[in-house]
Structure formats: structure tokens, C-alpha cells
Design a protein. Structure first.
Length: 703
């Protein structure tokens, strides 16, 4: 609330806390405005913090003073190119999956497009079809014109009412309402008073006003219907513009000053999971984020003055090191030697060991691993209060060889990267998933694995099909109740907290190219064991379908046991067998010679094929009927989803046994304009399924 005299003279007030803090009032917005006060909602935006910090770092490094308002003229082509490519990690309001997907479709090249994106990513315009229509019109698709005057008013938004200001202008310019009346109509629409109420209250006057421009009554009514429908998706353009300016500023700094921008962002972020994503983005930008150094690092992340494009993690980010210890270390830097550091820093044993392990003392210590082994004896020097006794003790340490050694004094690369991951949350330079990829390349050449970074490019629209195999390490796991199984009597929600018989898991999988989220079924979770879905473990995921933001897992396979030296071969018929044994070994020449058989890639409307059943998951429909989704692989290594409808389920479901190979008669169709789905063809009287062995024996006998 804002007033030109003390608030207590105008409204009832109280302190936020007894006798202190901000004022509060028990009156609501309308009561406050009724006595003449202006009520404002002030938003705290974290992006402003690292924008300002970034500008401060630019000034410190280059002497260049920049105000936020000076960040380009909102017309930098490289900035818009990055928006169009979806490189929006850390970009205000544009780093969510829905925004990235819309930006890639929209391909913005001017500021108006960013403002529209901010408005169109919300559920309202998407559900109303406005988002898709805007994208089509932006790329030149011709549409029917309702009236030339309306086209002129809505030229900036391709003839669509996207903003609340559009409604006000149309009502004022065409309907002849005053600006105040037009704003009242906008409020009534926003309050969702209903199409019938708006029609009775305003339509006749709007039609009369439109008649001034010789607009027929029927056309005026069409325009009014557009206005009335606007309430479900309208957004304030001024609000969207303010947000979009912040989006542009953050992208501009990220593109033009990546080192300062990423340092400021890492410094401002306290969440470890977000920092991990920021570090990955810094790597994509060509930057290095490395461990702290006691002579260079500050309290938090800093730019290393000696190394090009390098950011040092802060000393306070080291696990087990307190803020007071860090303050004293930073105040005393730089240190001439390890002895100087021990004498002046007051770092305890935990801190010294952590610094040795992550490399924060590498400039001062030649054999850090050897020094760690002797750290207890070394720190006893602090019990010697007199200088000559300290000198004598340090000399004795050198004589005893506790400060240096000729061999065995260094940590291995594996040890150091593990310590940096555990103590500073710095990811290894080579992603652990690389090891799995190398192993699969050598041992599983019958399946093609896609880099996870290709996930978004494979994604096509709001619903699509992802039939690919991915390999990566688990970054995060969250469990949910499977309402389908709970409804079938598998246990209550309370019971599911204690066991996993009716739970599903949402798992974040990542490799060095990106990350994706997949969902397991309750059956898969029961087979794997919830305890095995732990962070850092390596898994193969064969995706079978995608909703708005995640893929369903046709199969989830733990690679750890398979990669162990001397590991036993998996049991026949298990999912793990798919990795270690080619199910079509010895049959490819035969299958390629069958003109009657088609691969998934070749098959279109109706075709016969041969497929390995990866998984078969049954579920209940909304009408409580049972159906099945099958993940299948043909002999080229391509995966597809097959759907078994409730009408066919009782007859055919038992035939789809995971690990078996079947001859299938399929049909397919394109749904939602882009996604091809496959079904078992049971309508033409032919045998829809047959064991492959039976088909193979019959044909080889005939030949």
C-alpha cells in the first residue's frame, strides 16, 4: 500500500511481529482501494540478483559500467538465435520444458515474439488452441479474415487476441466504448462472468458501435464471440513485457558475458541440484568449473584470474568446512606455503583433509595423499606456542618425511573426482555414463543407443512416440502411488509408503549430453527393486511412449551387474538377456529374404512383421476394461509400441510373453496429425500372432 501520510491514519494496521517488522492490514484489496489507497503486488525475482551481480563482475574485470537498461536494444540476432535453439537454461521464465518447446516451434526473431511466448505457454491459450494457431500464423499460414479493421488492430499478434490490452482496444475502437468502460469489460471477462452475461450486458451496444464502420451485425457478433471467449486465456501484455525484458537481459548476458553470468548464477544459487545443472550449462558454454583453491577462491564461486574461462567453487561449498573457518582463510590469503597455511588459517583436521582431497592445496603441497596420511601429526604443531619450538617441529616433520614422498603421494584421477563429487558436488570431467556406452558398444551391437541429448529433438508435439534406447546414470528418483493398481486392491496409499507393490517411480536419467525423465510401472519397480534405483547407478531405458514431459519405460535394465568382470549370463527370458544376447542371431538373413515381412520402418497401414517382445504392460481403461501396451523390437533393432484393445485382450494377451519372438499381423494409423500408432490386426480373419519358431520351421521345411 502506498500513501502520502501515515497508513495508521487511513486503515487499521498491525506489525508483522510484535512491535517490529512491516505493517499489515486486515482489509482486503477492494476495501483498501475504496479509501483511496493504491495497492501494489511487488514480486521478488531471483534473476535480478544474479543480473546485478553479473554487471558488478563485468565492472570488476573490464572496468565497463553497464546498467540493465543498456543491455542491447532488444534486437541482438545472436540472442534470438539462442532462444530459437532452446538454449534457455538460467534464462528467466524461458527455461521450462513448455517454453523451450514453444520457442523451438516459434523461432523468435524479435522482441514481440518473446512477449507472446510468455503469454502463450500457459494452459489457457494452449487448451484453447491459440498457441498452435499463433505458431502457424507466425510462419505465414493464411487464415480467414473476419474484418479488415480487426486485422489492423491485431496486426502485431497475427490477428489473434493474445493480451488483455487487445480486448480493450477492440472494444474501444470497434464498439465505441470509452477506455474506462472497455477496461470494465476486460475485468468482467477476467472474472469469468459467463458468455451469456457478457452477451446480454454488452453485445447490443457493441453491434451498434460496429455499425459506424459498416460492419454487418453478423460479423460484429463473430468479433464479440472472440472477445467473450478470451477470458479463458487472456494475459496482461504489460506484465508479459516486463517478464520478457528480464528474459532478454538474462539471455544477452549469458551470450555476451558467459563467464561473469555463470559465476553470478552459481554464486546466487544454494540448491545443489540446480548448481549441478548450471555447471553442465557452463561446460556447454566452453567454461570450466573446478574445485576451490585456498589462494584464489573466495567465500563463494569466483572467476580464476590465472586460468582462462575458469570458475572456482567457493570454499564454503566444501562439505564439513564452516563459514567462520572460510572467512579466516579468505582474509589470510594468499599463502606462501603449506606451513604458512597451517600456521595462519586455523583450519581443523576435517577442513585440511577435505582441501587436500579436492585439490584446494595443490599449489602448496606436492604430495597431498601422503600429507593426509600424516595430517594428525602435522597439526600437532599448533600446540607449540613459541616460534622456535614451531620451527623445530616443522624441521622434524621434514626429516621424518611426513611432508613429502618420492612415490605414492598423489591421488588417482578416479579418487580425486570422487572426492570432488562428494565434497563439492562437482561432476566428473568424463561422465560415468561414458563407461556404460563403451561397454555396450563392445557387447551389445544389436541395439542402437541414442544420446539422451537427442531426446528433445525426437520429441514431436504435445504427444508423440519415442521408440529409442537410452543409457545413463540416475540423477534423481521420486515415488508415487499407482492409482491403477491401488484401485485393483493391491494396497492402500498408507501401505504404499512402506512397500513398493503399488508404486511407480519417476526417474531422472542423464548422460554427458543431457537428461530426461522416465516413468516405471509398478511391475518394473517390483522386479528391479526400489532400492536399486539409486543415484549414480547405470541403467538402460527403452522408451515406449511420451506424454507432455516424460517417457514411459518399455524396459528398465540395471547395467551394473552385467558390467562386472566375470558376470554370469542372465537367465533366459529376462530383460537383461536382451543386452547380452541378440534375439535374432542367426535369423537375420532369413528375415531379410522374406518379402512378405516388413520392418517397423517399412510397415504402414497393414503389414506382417517379426518382433521380439521387450515388455507387456496391462492396465485398466477409464471404463475399467483391461488393455495392454507392448514394447517390441524388430530384427533391425527398432522399437515400437503395440496396443492391444480391450476387445482383443482376453484372446491375445497371454501370447505376448516378454522374451519371446512372435510373427505379428499389424495395422497402424497416424493420430493427432503426427504420431503413428500400431495395433494388432484381428479384423481380416488372418492369424494375428504366431510363435516365430513355428513360422521359421514351416518356411525352412518348405524350402
Amino acid at each position: 500500500m502506498i500513501s502520502d501520510e501515515p497508513l495508521r491514519n487511513l486503515v487499521p494496521v498491525q506489525f508483522q511481529k510484535a512491535g517490529q517488522g512491516e505493517y499489515l492490514t486486515g482489509w482486503d484489496k477492494r476495501q483498501v482501494e475504496a479509501v483511496g489507497l493504491l495497492k501494489l503486488d511487488i514480486l521478488g525475482i531471483d534473476a535480478l540478483q544474479y543480473i546485478q551481480r553479473c554487471l558488478d563482475l563485468i565492472k570488476e574485470r573490464t572496468g565497463e559500467e553497464i546498467e540493465p537498461e543498456d543491455l542491447g536494444e532488444l534486437n541482438d540476432p545472436e540472442v534470438y538465435q539462442n532462444f530459437a535453439e532452446g538454449n534457455t537454461e538460467l534464462v528467466w521464465q524461458m527455461n521450462q520444458f513448455g517454453a523451450i518447446r514453444l520457442l523451438k516451434r516459434l523461432r523468435p526473431d524479435r522482441f514481440d515474439h518473446l512477449v507472446a511466448t510468455t503469454s502463450l505457454i500457459r494452459p489457457g491459450p494452449q487448451n484453447a488452441g491459440i498457441t498452435d494457431e499463433y505458431v502457424r500464423r507466425r510462419h505465414g499460414e493464411k487464415t480467414e479474415s473476419v474484418h479488415s479493421l480487426l486485422d489492423e488492430i491485431l496486426e502485431a499478434t497475427h490477428g489473434l487476441m493474445v493480451y488483455q490490452e487487445d480486448v480493450i482496444k477492440v472494444v474501444h475502437d470497434i464498439g465505441g466504448f470509452t477506455w474506462g468502460e472497455a477496461d470494465r469489460i476486460r475485468k468482467d471477462i477476467g472474472k469469468k462472468k459467463g458468455v451469456e452475461y457478457l452477451r446480454k450486458t454488452y453485445l447490443d451496444r457493441f453491434v451498434a458501435g460496429a455499425a459506424r464502420f459498416d460492419i454487418p451485425e453478423r460479423t460484429a457478433a463473430r468479433i464479440w464471440n472472440q472477445i467473450a471467449e478470451f477470458g479463458q486465456y487472456g494475459f496482461n501484455r504489460a506484465h508479459a513485457t516486463g517478464y520478457s525484458i528480464l528474459s532478454y537481459w538474462t539471455m544477452f548476458l549469458k551470450v555476451r558475458y558467459p563467464l561473469e553470468f555463470m559465476t553470478a548464477a552459481l554464486e546466487a544459487e544454494s540448491d545443489a541440484e540446480k548448481r549441478r545443472l548450471y555447471i553442465k550449462e557452463a561446460k556447454r558454454l566452453g567454461l570450466t568449473v573446478t574445485a576451490p583453491d585456498v589462494n584464489v577462491s573466495g567465500f563463494s564461486y569466483v572467476i580464476d584470474p590465472d586460468l582462462e574461462n575458469t570458475i572456482r567453487a567457493g570454499l564454503v561449498d566444501v562439505k564439513g568446512v564452516g563459514a567462520k573457518t572460510v572467512e579466516k582463510i579468505v582474509a589470510g590469503a594468499p599463502y606462501e606455503s603449506f606451513r604458512d597455511f597451517v600456521d595462519r588459517s586455523d583450519a581443523n583436521r576435517t577442513a585440511v583433509v577435505a582441501f587436500l582431497r579436492i585439490g584446494a592445496l595443490d599449489r602448496l603441497v606436492d604430495a597431498p595423499k601422503h600429507v593426509e596420511e600424516n595430517v594428525v601429526d602435522i597439526l600437532k604443531v599448533r600446540t607449540r606456542k613459541k616460534p622456535h619450538l614451531k620451527d623445530k617441529y616443522w624441521s622434524q616433520l621434514e626429516t621424518d618425511g611426513k611432508l613429502d614422498t618420492d612415490e605414492g603421494g598423489q591421488y588417482t584421477t578416479t579418487e580425486r573426482e570422487k572426492y570432488r563429487l562428494d565434497l563439492v558436488a562437482l561432476p566428473p570431467s568424463i561422465h560415468p555414463a561414458r563407461k556404460a556406452v563403451d561397454w555396450l558398444t563392445e557387447n551389445c551391437d544389436h541395439i542402437t543407443f541414442q544420446p539422451i541429448g537427442r531426446f528433445e529433438s525426437l520429441f514431436d508435439g504435445e504427444f508423440s512416440s519415442i521408440h529409442q534406447a537410452f543409457v545413463g546414470t540416475i540423477a534423481k528418483v521420486k515415488y508415487y502411488q499407482d492409482s491403477n493398481r491401488a484401485a485393483e486392491g493391491y494396497g492402500t496409499a498408507r501401505e504404499s509408503e512402506k512397500n513398493y507393490e503399488n508404486r511407480i517411480a519417476k526417474v531422472h536419467l542423464e548422460d554427458e549430453t543431457g537428461s530426461l525423465t522416465f516413468r516405471t510401472s509398478a511391475e518394473q519397480l517390483g522386479r528391479i527393486g526400489a532400492g536399486n534405483l539409486s543415484v549414480g547407478k547405470m541403467f538402460v531405458v527403452i522408451g515406449h511412449s511420451i506424454g507432455f514431459w516424460q517417457i514411459g519405460a518399455g524396459q528398465v535394465i540395471d547395467l551394473g551387474p552385467l558390467m562386472e568382470p566375470g558376470a554370469e549370463r542372465p537367465e533366459s527370458g529376462t530383460p537383461e538377456e536382451l543386452i547380452t544376447r541378440d534375439p535374432f542371431a542367426g535369423f537375420r538373413e532369413f528375415l531379410n529374404g522374406r518379402q512378405a515381412l516388413r520392418t517397423f520402418e517399412q510397415g504402414k497401414r497393414k503389414f506382417r512383421t517379426c518382433a521380439f517382445i521387450v515388455s507387456a504392460e496391462s492396465r485398466l481403461t477409464k471404463k475399467r476394461q483391461r488393455m495392454m501396451t507392448i514394447c517390441a523390437m524388430d530384427w533391425t533393432g527398432a522399437f515400437r509400441d503395440l496396443v492391444l484393445w480391450p476387445s482383443d485382450y482376453p484372446v491375445y494377451a497371454k501370447r505376448f510373453v516378454p522374451g519371446s519372438i512372435l510373427l505379428l499381423h499389424l495395422k497402424s494409423r497416424v493420430e493427432r496429425g503426427k504420431t503413428r500408432r500400431y495395433f494388432l490386426n484381428t479384423s481380416d480373419g488372418k492369424s494375428s500372432t504366431m510363435p516365430f519358431e513355428q513360422y521359421y520351421e514351416r518356411n525352412t521345411r518348405e524350402e
